[in-house]
Design a protein around this ligand. Structure first.
Ligand SMILES: [Zn+2]
Length: 339
C-alpha cells in the first residue's frame, strides 16, 4: 500500500510539472525557463506555497492572489489525474517497470490536455514518445512482459509500426469515404485573412472566399493553408502550414486566437478544406503508444478509442453549437491561458 501512497504524492508533484508542459509546449515557451511558474494574466511569479499541487489551487479558491483572475480548473485536475493514475499503476506494475509506465502515463496526459485545448498533439510528445518507448523497452523489458531486452525492443518496434499502419489505413479509408478536399494552386496566389463579425471570418485566395460559417461548422474542423510566405501580426513565415480553426490560427511557431489576428496575408500554395477524419498527429501518437505497450495494446487502444470517440461524437453532435467569443472551449480550457 505504501507504493500507492508514494505514487499519489509523486503523481501530484509530477502533475504540477505536466501543467507547465501543457501550457508551455504548444505556446513554444521553454519548459526549463523561466523556471518559476507565472500567472498567465498578470505575469506574477507564483510563490512555492501557492504552487503546492492541488492544495495551492484550493487555498487560492482558484484565483490569482494578485490580479484575482480565475486560474483554470485544468491545473488541479491534471495534478489529481496524475496522482490517481500514478497510484493505480503502482498497485499493479512492479518496480522498475513502474518508472517507464509513469513516463508513458505522463506523455499521455500531456497529449490529452494539449489536444483538448489546441486540437494538436505536439511532436515532442508523439515523436519523442516513440523514441522513449523503444529506449524504455530496452531498459525495462517488463513493459512487454518479457525478460530479454532484444525481445522487448522487437515488441516495441512491432507495436509502433502496427499502430501507425492501422491508423494510417483508417485515415486513408476515411479520406476516401469523406472526400477530403485539397485545392492545389498552379502558382502561389495572394491570400489574406479577414474578420467579418464576432462569429464569422474568411480566407480570401485569389479573390475566392472561404467562409468560416460554411467550412468550420464543427469544433474539430480546420482549414489548412500551405503558405509560400505570410506575415501574421508582423511575424514572417515561409513555406509552412497555417491551420485555421474557428477560434484560432495555428502556425509552427505560435497559436493566435482569431480575434487577436490584426493582419495576416501572404501567398498560398494550396488549401485543404475540412472533411478529415484524423490527423497525422494521431498516427504518430498511436505509434508512440505501440512503442510502449506493443501491438496487442495498440489494438485495444484503437478499439477503446473508437468506442469512446463515437459515443462522444454522438453526444456532441446532439448538443453542437459554437461561438469563439464564449462557450464550451473557453469554459473548459481557461481563456486566461491565452496570451
Ligand atoms: Zn495574476
Amino acid at each position: 500500500m505504501s507504493g500507492a501512497l508514494i505514487g499519489l504524492i509523486l503523481g501530484a508533484i509530477v502533475g504540477s510539472f505536466l501543467n507547465v508542459c501543457i501550457y508551455r509546449i504548444p505556446r513554444d515557451i521553454s519548459v526549463a525557463s523561466p523556471s518559476r511558474s507565472f500567472c498567465p494574466n498578470c505575469g506574477r511569479q507564483i510563490p512555492w506555497r501557492e504552487n503546492i499541487p492541488i492544495l495551492g489551487w484550493i487555498l487560492l479558491s482558484g484565483r490569482c492572489s494578485q490580479c484575482s483572475k480565475p486560474i483554470s480548473l485544468r491545473y488541479p485536475l491534471v495534478e489529481l489525474t496524475t496522482a490517481i493514475l500514478f497510484a493505480g499503476c503502482a498497485l499493479v506494475v512492479p518496480f522498475p517497470t513502474l518508472l517507464s509506465v509513469w513516463i508513458f502515463t505522463s506523455l499521455l496526459i500531456i497529449a490529452t490536455f494539449v489536444d483538448l485545448e489546441f486540437l494538436v498533439i505536439p511532436d515532442v510528445v508523439s515523436k519523442g514518445g516513440i523514441v522513449a518507448g523503444i529506449l524504455l523497452s530496452l531498459l525495462t523489458p517488463g513493459l512487454h512482459h518479457v525478460d530479454s531486452r532484444p525481445a522487448a525492443a522487437t515488441q516495441s518496434i512491432v507495436g509502433c509500426l502496427c499502430g501507425a499502419a492501422i491508423l494510417f489505413l483508417i485515415g486513408a479509408l476515411g479520406r476516401l469515404a469523406f472526400g477530403r478536399h485539397r485545392i492545389r494552386l498552379n502558382a502561389p496566389a495572394p491570400f489574406r485573412f479577414e474578420i467579418l463579425s464576432t462569429e464569422d471570418a474568411q480566407i480570401v485566395i485569389d479573390e475566392e472566399t472561404f467562409r468560416w460559417q460554411e467550412y468550420l461548422a464543427r469544433r474539430r474542423d480546420k482549414i489548412v493553408v500551405h503558405v509560400e510566405d505570410a506575415t501574421l501580426n508582423g511575424r514572417f513565415y515561409e513555406n509552412c502550414d497555417f491551420t485555421f480553426f474557428y477560434d484560432r490560427v495555428a502556425t509552427p511557431r505560435q497559436t493566435v486566437p482569431v480575434d487577436e489576428v490584426s493582419a495576416l496575408a501572404g501567398h498560398a500554395a494550396s488549401i485543404v478544406l475540412p472533411r478529415e477524419a484524423m490527423g497525422l498527429g494521431d498516427v504518430k501518437l498511436i505509434a508512440a503508444i505501440g512503442a510502449f505497450i506493443g501491438w496487442q495494446g495498440v489494438l485495444f487502444t484503437i478499439a477503446a478509442a473508437s468506442f469512446f470517440g463515437s459515443t462522444y461524437g454522438l453526444i456532441a453532435a446532439a448538443a453542437s453549437r459554437h461561438e469563439w467569443s464564449s462557450g464550451a472551449v473557453d469554459a473548459t480550457s481557461g481563456r486566461q491561458d491565452t496570451r
